[in-house]
Design a protein around this ligand. Structure first.
Ligand code: HXC
Length: 259
């Protein structure tokens, strides 16, 4: 697909999305958000795609936040609409996707950039990455789910500290508090994401989707246990379940078809 602000490439069942506004440190302007909404929807409905890696162009930034230059004449109503549509079409759409999304955080992940990484299911950071939610330095607060997802990932105390001080943390600190899964050399970043997705690609796709849905239900639904029970039951109706059990009994590797 041809986009103005993203590079999107499908290879070996992995969709690679690169946010490509390097001169603006990959800041998310409206056009970029619209393109992200489109590519996230495409990933969800394209059977061939088994996982997605999101990164930023260049070596300096993943995403340095929402495009501050678009904010200057916003009214309260416009601000609310920006946050609501962004959450619905991009951030929640990623989190609720049936496909696993990995954020390969290759530098600054600030504001909406950290929120984008947090919407992904797994985060890997390069050693030079700096992460933070600096919105209060602009007289704002996070609006793409950052107050919620940071709290879920690192707990209330650290989340409040990071948000109200606006301080950035290093990749190593982020790993220590559970904000990122791994810290690697920048040159190893995409390779590490691929290694994880290549492992997931061997698993039953419908079970992977059911697992993501059930984990996310622990946060977004009142009874995540019930979601887990239902999703567990549904797995028994799949051909992949029969294949998985048969392969185990026959002592061979399962071949899953996503059915
Ligand atoms: C627009 C941005 C930008 C942003 C950087 N740039 N961040 N443009 N929006 N968020 C642009 C700069 O204006 C500059 O363009 C170029 O990228 C390089 O940035 P510099 O500041 O010159 O680089 P450096 O001195 O190395 O500082 C890097 C930085 C700094 C620390 C990351 O750029 C910075 O603080 N950026 C803003 C981070 C931020 O506050 N993010 C939160 C945004 S609010 P020119 O043309 O001048 O060369 C948000 C809300 C989300 O995300 C919720 C919405 C609902």
């Amino acid at each position: 697909m041809a986009y103005q602000n993203l590079i999107s490439e499908l290879k070996d069942n992995i969709l690679y999305i690169t946010i490509n506004r390097e001169k603006a440190l990959n800041a998310l302007n409206k056009d970029t958000l619209a393109e992200l909404a489109d590519v996230v929807a495409f990933a969800g409905k394209t059977e061939e795609i088994r996982g997605v890696i999101i990164t930023g162009a260049g070596e300096k930034a993943f995403v340095a936040g929402a495009d501050i230059k678009e904010f200057s004449d916003y009214t309260g109503k416009q601000g609310e609409e920006l946050a609501r549509s962004g959450q619905d079409l991009v951030f929640n759409a990623i989190e609720n996707s049936k496909k696993p999304f990995i954020a390969a955080v290759n530098g600054f992940a600030l504001g909406g950039g950290l929120e984008l990484a947090m919407a992904c299911h797994i985060r890997i950071a390069s050693e030079n990455a700096k992460l933070g939610l600096p919105e209060v330095t602009l007289g704002l607060i996070p609006g793409y789910g950052g107050t919620q997802r940071l709290t879920q990932l690192v707990g209330k105390g650290k989340a409040i500290e990071m948000i109200i001080t606006a301080n950035m943390i290093t990749a190593v600190e982020a790993e220590k508090i559970g904000l990122v899964n791994y810290v690697v050399l920048q040159t190893d970043l995409i390779g590490k994401a691929e290694e994880i997705l290549n492992a997931i690609k061997q698993r039953a796709p419908l079970a992977v989707a059911a697992a993501i849905k059930s984990v996310i239900a622990s946060i977004n639904e009142t009874d995540g246990y019930d979601t887990e029970i239902k999703e567990f039951g549904k797995c028994f109706e799949t051909s992949d379940f029969k294949e998985g059990v048969t392969a185990f009994v026959e002592k061979r590797k399962a071949v899953f078809l996503g059915k």
